[in-house]
Ligand binder design. Structure first.
Ligand SMILES: NC(=O)c1ccc[n+]([C@@H]2O[C@H](COP(=O)([O-])OP(=O)(O)OC[C@H]3O[C@@H](n4cnc5c(N)ncnc54)[C@H](O)[C@@H]3O)[C@@H](O)[C@H]2O)c1
Length: 281
């Protein structure tokens, strides 16, 4: 029996909210949770996308599509409180919604900086602030925050994104060290490029995220969101602190701690090479 089949039993009847559930990683998480028998609220700022994901989900679990803007703290609270009122508890909170901005930092407007901080950082804070007290009261639950490998290893041309993802890693690690006392788990998800629409979004100037990220990893293929969703469910079932995938990212992360100067120089060289390539286009 596969690992995911074994851990699936842990999700039967569990209540879960997935933010940014209408696309990519959030859609894959929703699908995997429903397949594992969970009761899922698939929440997205794009309600039609959340509806499509809900309609496509298959399995013993259930799924409800909801409109949610994670920058709206009251809306996040009202969704979480509604799930608790309806189902009795919130077991799993996936703070996954996020955006990317890539390109030269001096080209970003303050509005763009504020927007990425609002969604990627405040959006996660709102989810934690709304769900964590219910979990403490229940003496159980698990918070899963989607950060990025860019939250473990700083990446030029993704400076605003890296800023927000380091914050999410810090929030998650710090919270984990106190949440365990209350029986609540915290996992932070730190993948490199995953094959989702975000790879083709958020480019400022001539920046192309897909080419930049795949080039940095020297690969043609981004990680599968379905595989990532399975990795995440396994990590939650085993109460692991971090999901860092694929393997080459774990190796890069290890190197960045052993030899930070080497990784920093490689990143600077790669940024220079990308800037030259952008100039030539
Ligand atoms: N795909 C990757 O390469 C990759 C790698 C590392 C981390 N991540 C992170 O994974 C998460 C999911 O990204 P994805 O790759 O699935 O991207 P995606 O663009 O496919 O999906 C993101 C979803 O979030 C929703 N969303 C955006 N703003 C929102 C808001 N204010 N409120 C609610 N929903 C909102 C979008 O409508 C979309 O459905 C993000 O936090 C992203 O930073 C992605």
């Amino acid at each position: 029996m596969s690992t995911i089949a074994v851990v699936s039993e842990r999700f039967v009847g569990r209540t879960a909210i997935v933010t940014g559930g209408g696309s990519g990683i959030g859609a894959a998480l929703t699908g995997a949770l429903v397949a594992a028998g969970a009761r899922v609220w698939c929440a997205d700022i794009d309600p039609a996308a959340a509806e499509r994901v809900a309609a496509a989900a298959r399995g013993p679990g259930t799924v409800t599509a909801v409109l949610l803007d994670v920058t709206d703290a009251e809306a996040v609270r009202s969704l979480v409180d509604g799930v608790v009122a309806d189902a009795g508890r919130i077991d799993l909170m996936f703070n996954n919604a996020g955006i990317v901005l890539g390109g030269q930092t001096h080209l970003l407007t303050l509005e763009q900086w504020n927007r990425i901080i609002d969604i990627n950082v405040r959006g996660v804070v709102h989810g934690v602030h709304a769900a964590y007290p219910h979990m403490i009261a229940a003496g159980s639950g698990h918070i899963v925050n989607t950060a990025s490998a860019a939250g473990l290893m700083a990446s030029g041309l993704l400076t605003s994104y890296s800023t927000t993802k380091f914050a999410v890693v810090g929030l998650s690690d710090a919270l984990r060290s106190e949440a365990g006392v209350h029986g609540v788990g915290v996992t932070v998800v730190c993948p490199s490029a995953v094959e989702t629409p975000i790879l083709d979004k958020g480019g400022v100037g001539d920046f192309r995220g897909r080419a930049f990220l795949l080039g940095a990893e020297k690969t043609k293929h981004a990680y599968s969101p379905q595989r990532l969703a399975e990795d995440v469910l396994v990590a939650v079932a085993r109460d692991r602190a971090r999901v860092v995938v694929p393997r080459r990212t774990r190796i890069g992360w290890l190197l960045s701690r052993i030899a930070p100067g080497f990784i920093e120089r490689r990143m600077a060289d790669y940024v220079r090479q990308e800037l030259r390539a952008m100039d030539e286009h």
